[in-house]
Write a protein of this length. Structure first.
Length: 517
């Protein structure tokens, strides 16, 4: 599916198209909201309908409906065969009411929140949210709002839990679960369904737990679940019980630092000796554009909620005496941090070491990090010629002919399978210092052969020696071009758009290659 341009900003793009796409971003969401609100995708399941048939069901004008359906087709949500429109795979899986992975409640909750975003300028002036729920809300109105919110979060959690469970796929968990701020209880339910001997305690406000009990009963898990009505900001009414699994899923972003510190400390206090504390949330290091916007969403719609840096959470957990995995990015827009009192317990988790490394490298300040098969590194025999004829740095310490020749590069790559391509920005020295940090991070997590190249000449020292002998061989690395690597073709194979510069002041994308294993 085509990536929307405002989700894929290219700093080398000189036209204002990116700005135009940003300005019209609401067109996409309004079309989508309307389609879900009208239940278009459920109407089309499974055999499809014509525009006139849909217009008849909706009591709408046929010509307008046809144009609307064509817009949905342009967004990749519908297909058309002749005059019949039908769902694409993603629509059939997630947008048909009644199906297991239905996301419509979550999408319509986003629509509900969209009106408060129009108060952003007022929030900036006030320094806090300016829109609040009705102060004299009737109990039945509050109940409807709570259930709408819990249903929305349940839709999201049903897909997230499958990613989280994969981390525990090679182990067997026993004991009790404490799901703090449980909402629908879907995350706990996922663990209960995977590990048949576990039981769960759901902790949340009474009105939320009433709905959670209904949902658990529908899943056939009611007999394995107890509820604990509580305000999680106050002392938890669980006595001295210890749990094998404590869950904080999409909880910490709802609060400020002082509250989160108390929540994490209480979670530690009720964690069994070999138990796991699972923190699932948005974090600034993972999908930073989405995280930054979600942080604004918290600014607009909560009292003091925010998106935390994963590094901050990790350091505080360590200060509590816990061992920590570091940030575990999910394939979606959230990530997980897992802590335990027992370091050996963490060693049993099924973790993607490369994905975790990418997260750590991004946190160093790189714009992006791309996994790359070594087979896609394009080594050519003409690169050093371009260096010799056309570059004033030819003959410098780490440029041709003082850099590994193409044949040596090919031989060296033969000992590797996987690599990363790192994308950053000027200045060169700062970028190269970060590359060295990335190489060290890789080495520390057992990629013992980690070795970096960077595009362009070495700039690691403020002053280069003039006698032809490098005094800083510890920190310098070969130039990609000087070693025979076609940077443009390798970048293209990694999915990076790279352009030659028309003007001296055009934006330069800095790239580096990090060989892993």
């Amino acid at each position: 599916m085509k990536l929307l341009s405002f989700l894929n900003y290219d700093p080398q793009e000189s036209s204002p198209q990116y700005l135009e796409d940003l300005a019209t971003g609401y067109w996409f969401s309004e079309v989508f909201f309307t389609a879900v609100d009208l239940d278009i995708f459920t109407l089309l399941d499974p055999e499809g309908m014509t525009a006139s048939q849909i217009a008849g069901v909706l009591d709408c004008h046929c010509q307008g409906v046809k144009r609307f359906l064509e817009a949905l087709r342009a967004l990749g949500l519908l297909n058309c065969d002749g005059h019949v429109f039908y769902n694409t795979k993603i629509s059939a899986q997630y947008l048909v009411k009644g199906k297991k992975n239905y996301q419509g409640n979550s999408i319509l909750w986003r629509k509900y929140l969209s009106s408060s975003w129009r108060d952003l300028a007022k929030c900036l002036k006030a320094g806090t949210r300016v829109s609040f729920p009705p102060s004299q809300e009737e109990p039945w109105e509050l109940n409807i709002r709570i259930r709408r919110y819990i249903s929305a979060m349940d839709n999201v959690a049903r897909t997230k839990i499958q990613e989280i469970l994969a981390i525990f796929q090679d182990m067997w968990l026993e004991g009790e679960i404490l799901d703090v701020g449980a909402g629908s209880g879907t995350v706990a339910a996922g663990f209960l369904e995977r590990f048949s001997s576990m039981k769960a305690t759901l902790m949340d406000l009474p009105a939320v737990l009433e709905y959670a009990r209904e949902l658990m009963a529908e899943r056939g898990l009611g007999y394995r679940v107890t509820t604990c009505p509580a305000d999680i900001l106050k002392p938890w009414p669980i006595g001295k019980r210890l749990f094998g699994l404590v869950i904080l899923s999409n909880i910490i972003h709802a609060y400020g630092e002082k509250e989160v510190i108390r929540i994490l400390a209480r979670a530690r206090d009720c964690l069994g000796p070999d138990g796991f504390l699972v923190i699932h949330d948005f974090f600034m290091e993972h999908r930073p554009e989405k995280a930054a916007l979600f942080d604004l969403n918290m600014f607009i719609n909560t009292y003091n909620g925010k998106v935390f840096a994963g590094k901050w959470v990790e350091e505080y957990l360590k200060s509590l005496g816990l061992c920590v995995t570091g940030l575990i990015p999910l394939a979606t827009d959230t990530a997980v941090i897992i802590a335990s009192q027992n370091e050996n317990a963490l060693a049993r988790l099924s973790l993607d070491s490369t994905a975790r490394l990418i997260s750590r490298i991004k946190a160093l300040g790189f714009r992006n990090v791309y996994p790359l098969s070594v087979k896609d590194i394009h080594v050519v025999d003409w690169a050093d010629v371009r260096c010799r004829f056309g570059c004033k740095l030819y003959g410098k310490h780490h440029c041709p002919p003082n850099s590994p020749p193409p044949q040596k590069t090919r031989e060296l790559l033969g000992d590797y399978v996987n690599a990363l391509l790192l994308e950053g920005e000027p200045p060169a020295r700062t970028f190269q210092q970060r590359v060295l940090q990335a190489e060290r991070e890789a080495f520390k997590v057992n990629f013992y052969k980690a070795f970096a190249y960077w595009a362009g000449p070495c700039a690691i020292c403020s002053t280069c020696t003039t006698d032809g002998v490098c005094r800083n061989t510890r920190d310098t690395r070969p130039s990609m071009e000087g070693a025979g690597i076609d940077v443009f073709e390798t970048a293209r194979r990694a999915g990076i758009t790279l352009r030659t510069l028309e003007k001296k002041d055009d934006f330069i994308k800095y790239l580096a290659l990090l060989l892993l294993e």
